[in-house]
Structure formats: structure tokens, C-alpha cells
Design a protein around this ligand. Sequence first.
Ligand SMILES: Cc1cc2nc3c(=O)[nH]c(=O)nc-3n(C[C@H](O)[C@H](O)[C@H](O)COP(=O)(O)OP(=O)(O)OC[C@H]3O[C@@H](n4cnc5c(N)ncnc54)[C@H](O)[C@@H]3O)c2cc1C
Length: 392
Amino acid sequence: MEHVDVVILGAGAAGMFCAIEAGRRGRRVLVIDHAKAAGEKIRISGGGRCNFTNLGIAADRFLSRNPRFALSALKRYTQWDFIARLDAEGIAWHEKTLGQLFCDGSATQVVQMLLRDMERAGVQLWLGCAPGEVKAVPGGFSVATDRGPVVAEKVVVATGGKSIPKMGASAFGYHLAERFGLSVTETRPALVPLTFAEQELAKLAPLAGVAVQGRVTAGRKSFDEAVLFTHRGLSGPAILQISSYWREGEPIRLDLAPGHDMVANLRAARGAEPKVAARTVLARYLPEKLARHIEAGAGIAQPVGALSNAAIEGLAAGVRAWDLKPVGTEGYRTAEVTLGGVDTDGLDARTLEAKSVPGLHFIGEVVDVTGWLGGYNFQWAWSSGWAAGQAV
Ligand SMILES: Cc1cc2nc3c(=O)[nH]c(=O)nc-3n(C[C@H](O)[C@H](O)[C@H](O)COP(=O)(O)OP(=O)(O)OC[C@H]3O[C@@H](n4cnc5c(N)ncnc54)[C@H](O)[C@@H]3O)c2cc1C
């Protein structure tokens, strides 16, 4: 039987970060993961460059039943702390857009840094090892594993969400929380492409490959980022962002030329250059393929000079207010994160410890804290891992 101070379930971003902190404090730490390699999601993140944090960390960039819950950890271990860590390692980075920071080189640099720090902190790592039942025992917990039982004073659950099951994602953490009497809020795929019924898809599919800087709105939430038309529906950053807010049965609205008064632009063209095709005017604000599609969709064949006010308004609406009704999402197969999770009401914001189960902590994505696209989810993993690492 293995005896340690702290056993951490999950060698992802949060689990590794927590292990380093606890190990540096002199705790005997064992990290267990059923995957063959640690930090696999870090490795593939950000297109292989890892969008490791965001300069604009704030409560309104996170979804949770209690969005302020995350602030305690986020303020104690900030984006600047993580940036300083990369700088100290000589890992070069750059800001891509909207405060999103990426490695100049490869995401594996971050994984290697974490593995090195774990080793230096004396952390043991068991990969390819499946944890089973976790039971409370006098003085701590016993964790069944396929290498025999492990007894520890503290258990940290860092098994992440359900997205990308092919990479080893599982609902282990949620079930464990429930077995210990904690509540888990509804989980659903987020940061995920939206899908459409056949009839609507038939209208979108010819545009596959087109990308446009647009605004997408669901309910009262809007995002101004790129929208990408695909063979399966809609994707791109704006769509991934809105997927966290969209609910089944609701429409979304695409504005393909935000900030442009298309009625005024088309009217001006009608007066100044009446022989020009409507699509030519639209193509000043949109990709050509999209301009043609909207012109055809509005049933317009005549030049802009022959358009009635009503026809101009119809065309402008096609550009600025394209209403669509998604039927679903691509699901956990492609979702970047899982919305919902272990209810923050049951956790101490400072230590991430379950209020009703002393010694049991939940960190990272398994908690009901979900960030926007753009490095927010990794910052939550670092910050929550750091906070628990000071406490276990
Ligand atoms: C394709 C993709 C790209 C992404 N890009 C970014 C990005 O650029 N920036 C960003 O901020 N976020 C990004 N994310 C989200 C980010 O990866 C996660 O939010 C983050 O990894 C969560 O960290 P975590 O440690 O909580 O969970 P994870 O990193 O998912 O780690 C959980 C670990 O637990 C292990 N595990 C699961 N179940 C079990 C079990 N039953 N037994 C043992 N071990 C188990 C897993 O093998 C895994 O190693 C991306 C996600 C995906 C899928």
C-alpha cells in the first residue's frame, strides 16, 4: 500500500500545477492519470501553440452559477504570475488578438516545463493508471488503483471535463463529487461548433470555407469575432463563444458587417453608380462568395440602380441580421470545454476544498467555472491548481 500526503487525480493543467505547488511546500505528492502522457490537452491546445492565458482576466469572462467564485484564485495567482514563470524559463510568447497569449514555439514547451517542475518538487507521477473508488478513511482517504490502494491525507480531483473522450476525458470527477454528497450543476459541451437541420444546412454548406469578421448574438449576448462557414454548419471563434450561451430552441443572429450601415451604403451606390451589381457593392464589406450568396438569397438580379427601398432593406437585412436556428452542437467530440460541473456553493473559493468533506479538493475544469475562448480556461486551471496547492 502506498502512503502519501496528497494524491492528485488527473495530470492535466490544473493537476500538474497543484502538484508542483504542494511538492514545493514539502508535501509528498502522487499524481495519477489513466492517460499515457501528462498534459495532453495542453499539447494540442491553441493549434499546438497553447493559448496559455489572457491579459483581460475578469469575472465576466467566466460562466458559472457564481461567476465571482473564481476571482479569489484568479487574483492570488494571476496571468502576470504565469507570464513571469514562462519568462523565467525562457519560453517566448506573443499576443495574438484580444489579449490572448500564445507560445511563439510549441505548446510542448509548457508541458515540459510543468513536468520538469514536478520532478524538481519531488512529485511522483503514475501514468496509465486508472483510479477506482475513493473512500474516506480515518485520517484521510483511500484510493483504489490498478497498482493497489493509495492512502493519502488529501485528495485533489483534477480530472477535467467530458470534452474529447478520445483523449481520455471522463465524468469521473463529477461522479466522485456526487458520491461524496456534493452537487454538480448541469454539464453541457461548450466552445463548440453549432449544427443545423438539413434545410438550413443546405443554405450554409455552399459557403463552406468562407470566414468573415462578424457579430453573433444569442439572447442578450454578442461576440465580435470571426465566423467560419463549414460543411457541418458554423464554427470559428464567434460561434464557439456564443455556444456557451446558446440554448436549444433559441435562434442566433449573424451580423456579417458589424458597424456598417448597409442601407445607407446601398442607397449611396444606387445614386452614384446605378449600373453596378448589388453583389459588387456588398463585396466591399464581405467576402465575394458571401456577397453573391446574399444577393441570390434576396432574389436580386438587377443592378443596384434598379433596386427599390424595400429591396435594399431586404439585402441589408441579409447582411446585418441573418437569423438562424441551430439544432444542436457537435457535442463533446469537438467541444473545447464542458460547461457546468461541481457546484461552487459546496467549495471554499480560497482552497477549493469541499466544505462538507475536509481534505477533498476540486480544481480546474471539473468545477463549475468555464472561461471564454482565449486562454481563460488555462488561467483558471493554473490559478485553481495553485490555490489548492497552497492548502493541501
Ligand atoms: C482542442 C482543445 C484546445 C484547447 N485550447 C485551449 C487554449 O488554447 N487555451 C485555453 O485556455 N484552453 C484551451 N482548451 C481548454 C483547456 O484544455 C482545458 O480547460 C484545461 O485543459 C482544463 O485543465 P484540467 O487540468 O482541469 O483538465 P485536463 O487538462 O482535461 O486534464 C484532466 C486530466 O485528467 C485525466 N483523467 C480524466 N479522467 C480520468 C480518470 N477517470 N482517471 C484518471 N485520469 C483521468 C485526463 O487524462 C487528463 O490528463 C482547449 C481544449 C481543447 C479540447
